[in-house]
Design a protein around this ligand. Structure first.
Ligand SMILES: NC(=O)c1ccc[n+]([C@@H]2O[C@H](COP(=O)([O-])OP(=O)(O)OC[C@H]3O[C@@H](n4cnc5c(N)ncnc54)[C@H](OP(=O)(O)O)[C@@H]3O)[C@@H](O)[C@H]2O)c1
Length: 329
């Protein structure tokens, strides 16, 4: 597996990571715990070294799963988690909190659940407008000095907020949604990351599964699948957005690849400091997604994709309003 370095930080990870969220959260029923542990370990076998979880996935259970799966392989992997939400005493998420003392409590709790003594990369999951970003960066700086965290990250932050945070504690990576059907980071965030030497980790790089071609207007989602409430996933929107998948299919056919692989290869081709983290619960899809590193998109392929994409308009918002409002701050 090829390796990449996130910005100028020196943090080296496999060119494709594994998003572990769906194993506990967001996409309906998963496999058994043992199947998920086997999947995570199979990923390490295949050279994946970059594993993404968060306090809020479950909540809490995904960190335990990832920690248990990676315990025997700890020295081979980079374990990433995220802070920034607040929970009531029943573990129900009730909003955002990035107060410095809260961040420090979350770090200790995440270390305990993951069963590790240092978090390799600790992202603020969403910017909390009630707490100046300098205080957040300062809290993570303290955690780094205390040896509990190695690298600082941010998720869905605005360019200006990234700049302010970076001035207090260098940011190693920003993780935000990015794929052929969600390209907002190109406008302001990617140029700032390039300027500051910060790596970029596209989440939902397969468009929450849509870009793989395995979802169409007839696909049914279970009641606890987040795609039930995403405007881009209404049956009408899925029908209208089939053109994006057709574009990927056409390139895939020519390359002897799959649409998922072309979607990931397109991200890898944007910048050498971009590391997508597709999520899957299925071993054969893990192999397929990892195979994207061998799909070489030529400059001609890339301009063909660009040209075709510029004629398409994606229907439907990527998040319902209350979730979209938490981004880009
Ligand atoms: N920072 C944030 O706010 C944030 C937000 C969302 C996600 N994330 C992170 O990013 C990771 C990835 O994002 P994501 O899971 O939302 O979306 P994604 O990786 O774009 O897509 C995941 C979906 O695609 C399906 N899938 C995966 N590979 C496939 C393939 N080769 N063929 C067909 N279907 C395939 C998966 O189903 P199966 O599992 O059934 O294979 C799942 O439903 C998450 O696991 C999480 O760690 C972060």
């Amino acid at each position: 597996m090829q390796k990449r370095i996130l910005g100028t930080s020196g943090l080296e990870v496999s060119a494709i990571g594994l998003g572990c969220m769906g194993m506990s959260h967001g996409y309906g029923p998963s496999g058994t715990k043992q199947e998920m542990i086997d999947l995570i370990r199979a990923a390490v076998d295949r050279g994946v070294t970059f594993f993404d979880t968060a306090e809020v996935y479950g909540p809490f259970t995904n960190e335990e799963l990832v920690g248990e799966a990676l315990a025997p392989l700890r020295d081979q992997v980079v374990i990433v988690t995220k802070f920034g939400f607040q929970f009531d005493s029943d573990g129900k998420q009730i909003g955002l909190s990035s107060r410095p003392e809260h961040i420090k409590q979350v770090a200790d709790a995440s270390l305990r659940r993951l069963g590790i003594d240092v978090i390799d990369l600790f992202y603020q999951h969403r910017v909390n407008p009630d707490v100046p970003i300098e205080e957040v960066a300062g809290a993570v700086k303290d955690l780094i000095q205390a040896g509990k965290v190695k690298h600082f990250g941010m998720s869905e932050a605005a360019a200006q907020t990234i700049r302010r945070a970076h001035a207090v504690q260098p940011v190693t990576a920003v993780q935000s949604e990015y794929s052929l059907w969600w390209r907002r980071p190109e406008a302001e965030v990617l140029p700032v990351l390039e300027e500051l030497g910060i790596g970029f980790v596209p989440y939902s790089p397969l468009g929450k599964g849509f870009l793989t071609g395995k979802i169409n207007e007839n696909t049914e989602f279970s009641s606890n699948d987040i795609r039930q409430v995403i405007p881009r996933f209404t049956p009408e929107a899925r029908k209208a957005n089939a053109a994006v998948v057709e574009l990927l299919q056409a390139i895939a056919q020519r390359k002897g690849a799959t649409p998922a692989q072309v979607a990931l290869a397109w991200l890898l081709a944007q910048k050498p400091w971009i590391v997508p983290i597709p999520g899957t619960r299925k071993p054969e899809r893990l192999d397929e997604n990892i195979g994207a590193v061998d799909v070489d998109l030529t400059p001609d392929d890339l301009s063909e994709i660009e040209q075709a994409a510029s004629t398409l308009t994606v229907q439907g918002a990527r998040y319902p309003d209350h979730l979209e409002r938490m981004t880009g701050r």
